[in-house]
Design a protein around this ligand. Structure first.
Ligand code: ADP
Ligand code: MG
Length: 141
């Protein structure tokens, strides 16, 4: 069944000019892009997005990084979208990611790992609606 997931091209990947390649890959992997925008997150918006990690030692580093430059936000649709996107991006730590995954190709380290992917269908919807309103999302199929 079709479902949604949420992706971010993080500032490290954006800065190295990898956005086009990553968007190509998204399309090649059969995702429909329902919504896409390029913005710079405020620190507060990044803190809200990653609230689940607020007690982690890396929270400040993470939210500083995520608000350090432009991101591309993507609402994606595909069958098995959440699992498929996690498979395409690879492990959190690019050194441990399978070859050919986006984090292996474009990530630098556990913090600067090129892309975000939702971890469940429920969180995918919550994360999409954290950045998009329903009327900004378009479905072809
Ligand atoms: P994922 O993005 O693979 O779902 P997590 O949800 O565990 O990973 O962490 C969210 C993000 O926080 C990661 O993508 C990464 O950018 C950052 N992060 C996770 N662990 C660390 C760490 N040990 N040190 C620095 N940054 C980290
Ligand atoms: Mg996560």
């Amino acid at each position: 069944m079709n479902n949604r997931t949420f992706a971010i091209i993080k500032p490290d990947a954006y800065k190295k000019g990898a956005s086009g390649k990553i968007i190509d890959r998204i399309i090649e992997e059969g995702f429909e892009i329902m919504g896409m925008k390029s913005i710079v997150l405020t620190k507060e918006k990044a803190e809200g997005f990653y609230e689940i990690h607020k007690d982690k030692s890396f929270f400040n580093e993470l939210t500083e990084f995520m608000s350090s430059g432009k991101c591309v936000l993507l609402a994606l649709k595909r069958d098995n979208a959440v699992n498929k996107w996690r498979e395409v991006i690879g492990s959190t730590n690019p050194d441990e990611a399978d070859s050919g995954t986006i984090r292996k190709l474009f990530g630098s380290n556990t913090g600067n790992n090129a892309v975000h992917g939702s971890d469940s269908k429920e969180n995918g919807n919550i994360e999409i609606l954290y950045f998009f309103s329903e009327n900004e999302l378009f479905e072809e199929n």
